[in-house]
Design a protein around this ligand. Structure first.
Ligand SMILES: Nc1ncnc2c1ncn2[C@@H]1O[C@H](COP(=O)(O)OP(=O)(O)OP(=O)(O)O)[C@@H](O)[C@H]1O
Ligand SMILES: [Mg+2]
Length: 378
């Protein structure tokens, strides 16, 4: 073996960037496989290899030079990961977990087979199946590409039969398998993070409320202001899913709250946007925790550092701002922790986030929103 790093990360977006930041105090060496040298994680890494996550040789090279290989996103070829596991490389989470986290269809099937609550759903192989489902459950319905979606891309709210025919027809023609489900009347959305070591030790983070705008996460409130029973049920479900999958590293479970009950929406098996509040808001950040778990190091405490923590994403507005002035303005907001991802501005692009922690939820929220608004511009 020719090890140059403790952890290798496939992908070099903001999650890799924040993992790099967490690796520094632990003295861990990290190598990243970046698609482009200008990726937010690549520009701050000292050990970068440029290559595609689809290239088996690039993946083998990074697996060879690290004690454990992990991921910044799930769009990685499962057969290639299986091959690397067969060759003895340490892939965390395993290829079997990556297969599930990259496919909403496998997720729905797994959770329902475990008896966990999911919305009613069907896997669509023919247009008629989608029509039958929508007739039974009534419109609107949600149609989702089983793979490849993120930030609301790959999800459609469908109101009429004609729309449904056109959409499922065009997806099937492109060999994209859709999942169909009712467009549920959400009271709110919540999410929970859990970390698991190879031997099965787990730690669970507090349940948080997630507020989405146009399918993209906009705001996080920790802890979620919901009845205690939902906190308990969410933690229990997270433990069930983590053990069923034998996840190593972090697992995020996103839920819908419908009629006071939790339904699983989807999972991610890596650090997740719903955990960005943990950098300042909990004893151990999700990024550090993920590194600890994939290297089989002792896990850290997950308690909140303040009664209330709010994180607001910075999403590029329609008009470009003077970024020097935006930062100057954001930094005047008391207690605002600014995180920028090193990305160039584009309308609707996730550029960073701001976290504020404190005793008074309304004050914390308004400060986080104000700082994020300065940074987003417009
Ligand atoms: N069946 C549904 N009914 C109502 N709203 C839904 C439904 N499915 C998804 N949504 C809304 O769309 C958002 C994005 O959906 P989902 O989490 O499945 O997609 P994604 O694009 O994979 O997201 P992510 O960025 O979290 O990876 C959800 O958080 C929710 O607000
Ligand atoms: Mg989601």
């Amino acid at each position: 073996l020719n090890e140059t790093a403790d952890v290798g990360i496939v992908g070099a977006g903001q999650l890799a960037r924040m993992m790099l930041q967490a690796a520094i105090p632990l003295g861990l060496r990290v190598q990243v496989l970046a698609a482009s040298p200008s990726d937010g994680g690549a520009i701050v890494a000292s050990n970068v290899v440029i290559g595609s996550p689809d290239d088996p040789e690039a993946l083998r090279a990074i697996a060879q030079s690290c004690r454990a290989l992990t991921f910044d996103h799930e769009l990685v070829s499962v057969p290639v990961l299986q091959q690397l596991e067969a060759e003895g490389y340490c892939i965390r989470p395993a290829s079997s977990v990556m297969a599930v986290s990259q496919d909403k269809r496998l997720q729905r099937d797994l959770f329902s087979s475990c008896g966990l609550p999911v919305p009613r759903y069907a896997i669509v192989q023919e247009i008629e199946e989608a029509e039958r489902f929508a007739d039974e459950t009534e419109y609107p319905v949600a149609v989702k590409a089983a793979r490849g979606g993120y930030d609301g891309r790959g999800i459609w709210k469908v109101e009429t039969e004609n729309q449904l025919k056109d959409l499922t027809g065009s997806l099937l023609a492109r060999e994209i398998t859709p999942v169909i489900e009712p467009w549920v009347r959400l009271e709110r959305e919540v999410a929970i993070l859990i970390a698991r070591r190879p031997g099965g030790e787990t730690v669970v983070y507090p349940l948080v409320e997630t507020v989405q705008e146009r399918g993209m996460l906009k705001e996080l409130v920790a802890p979620a202001e919901v009845p205690e029973s939902l906190h308990e049920t969410a933690a229990w479900i997270a433990i069930e899913v983590a053990s069923a999958l034998e996840v190593v590293g972090l697992l995020a479970v996103e839920f819908f709250v419908v009629d006071g009950e939790l339904w699983i929406n989807e999972i991610a098996t890596r650090p997740h946007n719903s955990g960005h509040y943990t950098i300042e808001g909990t004893v151990t950040s999700q990024f550090e925790q993920h590194l600890r778990a994939v290297l089989d190091l002792p896990l850290g405490a997950t308690g909140l550092t303040a009664p209330h923590v709010v994180t607001v994403n910075v999403v590029g507005s329609e008009t470009q701002q003077d970024s020097d002035q935006s930062l100057r303005d954001a930094l005047t907001v008391p207690g605002a922790h600014v995180h920028l991802y090193g990305k160039s501005w584009r309308p609707g692009r996730k550029l960073g986030h701001v976290t504020v922690a404190g005793d008074d939820l309304e004050l914390v929220r308004s400060r986080a929103r104000a700082a994020a608004a300065y940074l987003a511009g417009g």
